[in-house]
Write a protein of this length. Structure first.
Length: 330
C-alpha cells in the first residue's frame, strides 16, 4: 500500500476519479482539503431550519460558531469517487485541533465508494470556534492498494437521502458534549433496569423450574418411599406369619412331649407303688417283730419277766378252770 502524492491526486481528478469536480487548488502535498457544505446542529428538537447550507451561493462572510462543548455534524461540499484499488482516511487539521475542535469519526473511505462524506466534530475548547465556507475542516489521504479489492463497496446513496440520514444522526445526538454524560447516565440506568428486569424474570423462571423439579422429585421420592414401606410391611407380615407358625409348631411339639412325659409318669407311679409298698410293709413288719423280740429276749432275765410269766400261767390255769365242762361258780 502506497500513499498518493499531489501529482497522483491531480492526475486522478483529471481522469474523473477520487474527487467529483475536484479543484486542483485544494490538493495539498499528499492529501485533498475538504470544506463544509451543510452544518447540522445536534439535539432532539433540530430540524431542516437548523441546517446551515453552504452548498449554494452563500456569501463569503457567512460564518458558523461552534460553541464550547457543542457537537455538530458537517456534510462536506466535496464528494468522492473511489477506484477499486484506492482507499482513503480522514485526518484532522492542525489549526482546528489547536483550538479544541476534535474530529470524532476518523474513519476509512472504502474502495469503490461513491458519494458524500460527513464529519462529527466536538468543541472541547473553552471558547466558540468560528468556521466559514473556506475553512478546511479535514483532509483525506489516499492509499493505493497493491491489488484491486475483490469486494469493493457497491452501494451508492443520493445526496438527499444522505442528508436525511445525517439529520437523523444529529437529532439522536445530544446538543452539547456536557449532555453526553447525562444521556449516558440515562442510557446506563435504562440498561441497568432492563438487566435487572431480565435477571428478575430469569430468577422467577429458574425458581419456578426448580420448584417444579423439586415438587416432581419429592412426589417421586414419596411414592418410592410409600412403595418401599408397603413392600417392607408385606414382607414383614409374611415373615411374621411364617415365624408365628413355626413358633406355634414348636410350642405344640414341646407341649406334646410334656404331655407324653406326664402320662408316662402317671402310669409309672402305680407300678412303683405296687412294687415298693409290699416290700416296704414287710420290711417294716420285720423290723417291728425283731424289735419286739429283742425287747422280750432282753427282758427275760429280769424279775419282772419271771413274775409276768407266773402271772400268765395263773391266768391260763384259771381260764382253763372256767372253761372246763361242769365248772362254775359255787
Amino acid at each position: 500500500m502506497s500513499v498518493l502524492s499531489d501529482a497522483d491526486i491531480e492526475a486522478s481528478i483529471a481522469a474523473g476519479q477520487l474527487i467529483k469536480l475536484g479543484n486542483p487548488d485544494h490538493v495539498d502535498a499528499c492529501a485533498y482539503e475538504f470544506h463544509a457544505g451543510r452544518i447540522f446542529r445536534t439535539g432532539e428538537l433540530v430540524g431542516l431550519d437548523d441546517v446551515t447550507d453552504w452548498t449554494g451561493n452563500a456569501a463569503y462572510s457567512d460564518i458558523y460558531e461552534i460553541q464550547s462543548g457543542e457537537l455538530v455534524w458537517i456534510r462536506t461540499r466535496e464528494s468522492v469517487v473511489m477506484p477499486d484499488d484506492v482507499c482513503a482516511f480522514w485526518w484532522q487539521t492542525n489549526r482546528l485541533s489547536r483550538q479544541g475542535l476534535m474530529l470524532v469519526n476518523m474513519s476509512m473511505v472504502e474502495p469503490g465508494y461513491e458519494g458524500d462524506l460527513s464529519c462529527l466534530f466536538v468543541n472541547f475548547g473553552r471558547k466558540a470556534i468560528t468556521i466559514d465556507r473556506e475553512t478546511v475542516i479535514a483532509k483525506l489521504v489516499f492509499n493505493r492498494l497493491e491489488t484491486v479489492a475483490a469486494s469493493p463497496f457497491s452501494n451508492s446513496v443520493d445526496q438527499v437521502e444522505y442528508d436525511r440520514k445525517v439529520l437523523l444522526n444529529a437529532k439522536d445526538a445530544p446538543p452539547t458534549f456536557l449532555d453526553v454524560g447525562g444521556r449516558l447516565e440515562v442510557d446506563l440506568r435504562q440498561k441497568k433496569d432492563e438487566a435487572v428486569a431480565a435477571i428478575e424474570a430469569m430468577k422467577q423462571s429458574t425458581t419456578a423450574d426448580i420448584e417444579s423439579r423439586v415438587g416432581t422429585a419429592t412426589t417421586t421420592a414419596i411414592a418410592q418411599i410409600e412403595a418401599t414401606k408397603a413392600s417392607a410391611e408385606t414382607d414383614l407380615k409374611a415373615s411374621a406369619d411364617k415365624d408365628a407358625r413355626g413358633l406355634l409348631w414348636k410350642i405344640l411339639g414341646v407341649a406334646s412331649i410334656g404331655l407324653a412325659v406326664l402320662v408316662l409318669a402317671m402310669s409309672f407311679v402305680p407300678w412303683v407303688q405296687s412294687e415298693l409298698q409290699p416290700n416296704l410293709s414287710s420290711e417294716i413288719k420285720k423290723q417291728v417283730d425283731e424289735s419286739l423280740t429283742d425287747r422280750i429276749v432282753g427282758s427275760s432275765n429280769s424279775g419282772t419277766a419271771v413274775e409276768l410269766e407266773e402271772r400268765i400261767r395263773e391266768l391260763e390255769a384259771r381260764l382253763s378252770q372256767l372253761t372246763a365242762p361242769g365248772q362254775g361258780t359255787p
